[in-house]
Design a protein around this ligand. Structure first.
Ligand SMILES: [Zn+2]
Ligand SMILES: [Zn+2]
Length: 169
């Protein structure tokens, strides 16, 4: 029967093959095996060029111009606004609003005092009452300086922003 020798797979080549190419399983003679190998190696160049292009692209990749990045930036600005507004409200409720009560009492006591000074009509009762009022004012002013709060850190859940892959994938 036929020997193991097979002809080269390249058209019109009459040399018998010497090897089977591992990549395409073709029988090839020595010259064509070399040529075939050179062709394959030559394909490495454009592939390398593509890799270099991607590398270059990524090195110069600037996300700040992307609309998604601007969306994130906008989110950051709005989140800061929310924090600032909460801070302002708490500052008012915890401190500024609390000043009003002793302030009203101070004005009322001041009026009473001024009238008594003007009329020069102080009685023992007036003095006791004024002394008492002033002591209460002192307590309220001191209390203002001793407000304690318990603050929990603001936790930002990663789920607040859900990333989606780009549409061309
Ligand atoms: Zn091959
Ligand atoms: Zn050949």
């Amino acid at each position: 029967m036929a020997s193991q020798t097979r002809s080269c797979a390249v058209k019109k080549c009459e040399v018998s093959s010497c090897a089977v190419c591992h990549c395409c399983k073709n029988d090839l003679c020595l010259d064509h095996l070399k040529e075939h190998k050179d062709q394959l190696n030559a394909q490495l160049i454009p592939l390398g060029d593509q890799i270099n292009t991607f590398l270059d692209d990524l090195e110069h990749f600037d996300p700040t111009s992307l609309s998604t990045f601007k969306q994130l930036e906008q989110w950051r600005i709005l989140a800061h606004d929310t924090v600032d507004q909460f801070y302002k409200r708490m500052k008012y409720e915890l401190f500024e609003q609390q000043k009003n009560k002793p302030l009203e009492k101070i004005h009322a006591t001041r009026n009473m005092l001024d009238q008594l000074i003007q009329k020069q009509a102080a009685t023992r009762e007036n003095i006791n009452s004024l002394t008492n009022d002033i002591r209460l004012i002192e307590q309220e002013v001191n209390a203002l300086r001793n407000i304690h709060i318990k603050l929990c850190p603001l936790v930002i859940d990663d789920d607040l922003i859900i990333a989606s892959t780009s549409e061309n994938r």
